[in-house]
Design a protein around this ligand. Structure first.
Ligand SMILES: Cc1cc2nc3c(=O)[nH]c(=O)nc-3n(C[C@H](O)[C@H](O)[C@H](O)COP(=O)(O)OP(=O)(O)OC[C@H]3O[C@@H](n4cnc5c(N)ncnc54)[C@H](O)[C@@H]3O)c2cc1C
Length: 415
């Protein structure tokens, strides 16, 4: 894929119109007054029939899974991994996922994060490892955004070392479990209806060797507290909070897959891969918007009797923005192309993609603030918001440093 198709461009234009009509008027309230983003996001889903499409895809997937019952799961998954099959529909679906991410990120990367964590990470975690009953009970409502989801692994003492230092526990209790622990920096945490809670099975063994389990929790369960949104540097379109679990009793039907033998560490890595590749779409939206605003400003702002675009130091900034834009766009195209081939990025490739895109987006946003001079520092010109929002791309979903070590481990054969 070397450019967007006519179909892609017409979808993009419709989403742009939606953003102009629905997102822009709400942006001040969401970015500066603490209004949650969910009403606008639900309108987006309804306007583009995304919920209806999700319902149809979900029904087909469940039907297929029911038909396969009895087939050995591991063998089937292995076979599919060995023999990726071309799937043009999946390529189109990937493009349909990326285009709203790109367009919405021009205005509010926070809203993209809130949407992505709910419909992407949380729903995917359940779809990847849940039983059919669990998917029907929780995943469909997340895929349609009827419910808001949160995916909780980070704790006050465990971020980059998510598994090693994890303290949250599940203890067996009759037929079910008792959950304890606290999570922090959880996107949608304050408002989530459905939470995937990741913890370790406490059997008294060495905490480092304990099994990792994933449970699905509902808002309002006894012993579960969801904090108010935390104040933060940027990304105000995405409420972030803490979760506290004190002796939360759950039955086994809330354990993902309803078995302790689920490869939850591998499942979590799959979730990281999905999260990291989506950053390319966010970075592209940020870079395209910064570049657009910068070109406009360079063509209108005058100093020393000239348009600032005539100064070579300003031209250098614009040229570097274009290099970043081209590279990031190519990484987005690669993902669409891979999906159409029935393939996806490995964790190391996703890490490399995220590392590059996050750093490039941050550089572009920083240079945009510089190009705008004092106006770049003022909220009215919007570039300060994009700059603050871009910063998180180097932190969440694994910091730059963690991406680097992931890439290096893979190169050295230690992944
Ligand atoms: C806005 C926002 C939303 C988030 N949403 C979610 C969410 O929905 N769910 C969720 O579970 N988490 C979420 N997170 C958490 C996020 O994934 C973590 O913040 C991130 O993984 C880093 O962990 P940490 O903050 O504990 O930093 P730490 O791990 O304490 O890192 C501190 C510093 O040490 C560096 N460092 C750590 N280990 C190494 C190493 N081995 N080598 C070199 N340097 C190292 C880091 O790169 C960093 O610079 C979110 C975070 C933010 C900011």
């Amino acid at each position: 894929m070397i450019e967007w198709s006519e179909t892609h461009l017409s979808i993009r234009d419709s989403i742009r119109k939606f953003c102009d009509a629905e997102v822009k008027p709400k942006l001040h309230a969401i970015e500066h007054e603490g209004e949650p983003p969910y009403d606008v996001l639900r309108k987006l889903i309804a306007t583009f029939g995304i919920g209806d499409m999700a319902r149809m895809t979900f029904a087909a997937q469940i039907e297929k899974q029911k038909a396969r019952l009895g087939q050995p799961e591991v063998e089937r998954a292995d076979r599919e991994k060995r023999e990726p099959r071309a799937n043009p529909q999946a390529g189109m679906e990937m493009a349909m996922r990326m285009i709203p991410i790109i367009e919405l990120s021009r205005h509010s990367p926070g809203m993209v994060t809130a949407l992505g964590v709910s419909m992407g990470l949380t729903a995917s975690a359940i779809m990847a490892r849940g039983t059919i009953a669990q998917k029907e009970r929780w995943a469909l409502d997340l895929l349609t955004l009827d419910k808001i989801g949160a995916w909780a692994i980070t704790e006050p003492g465990s971020g980059s070392d998510a598994f090693g230092a994890m303290k949250s526990t599940a203890r067996r209790d009759g037929d079910g479990y008792v959950l304890n622990g606290s999570k922090t920096f959880i996107t949608n945490g304050p408002y989530a209806d459905t939470i995937v809670f990741i913890c370790k099975l406490d059997e008294g063994s060495d905490p480092k060797l304990r099994k990792v389990l994933q449970f699905v929790l509902d808002k309002g369960m006894a012993g579960l507290t969801q904090s108010k949104p935390l104040r933060k540097l940027g990304l105000h379109g995405s409420p972030t909070g803490e979760l506290f679990l004190e002796d939360v009793r759950v039955s086994k039907d809330r354990l993902l897959g309803e078995t302790e033998e689920q490869p939850s560490r591998a499942a979590t890595k799959e979730t990281f891969t999905a999260e990291r590749t989506a950053v390319a779409g966010m970075a592209l939206g940020l870079v395209e918007e910064c570049q657009r605003l910068s070109i406009d400003y360079a063509n209108t702002r005058e100093q020393f009797g000239k348009k600032i675009g005539e100064f070579q130091l300003i031209q250098l900034k614009l040229a570097k923005m274009e290099v970043a834009r081209m590279n990031i766009q190519n990484l987005v195209f690669r993902q669409i192309e891979m999906a159409g081939e029935g393939r996806s990025m490995s964790l190391a490739e996703a890490s490399a993609c995220k590392l590059y895109c996050a750093q490039a987006a941050m550089d572009v946003c920083n240079e945009t603030v510089q190009l705008f001079g004092g106006n770049g520092y003022m909220a009215e010109y919007r570039v300060e918001q994009l700059f603050r929002d871009a910063r998180v791309l180097q932190i969440y979903g694994g910091t730059d440093e963690i991406q680097i070590s992931q890439i290096a481990r893979s190169l050295l054969g230690n992944a």
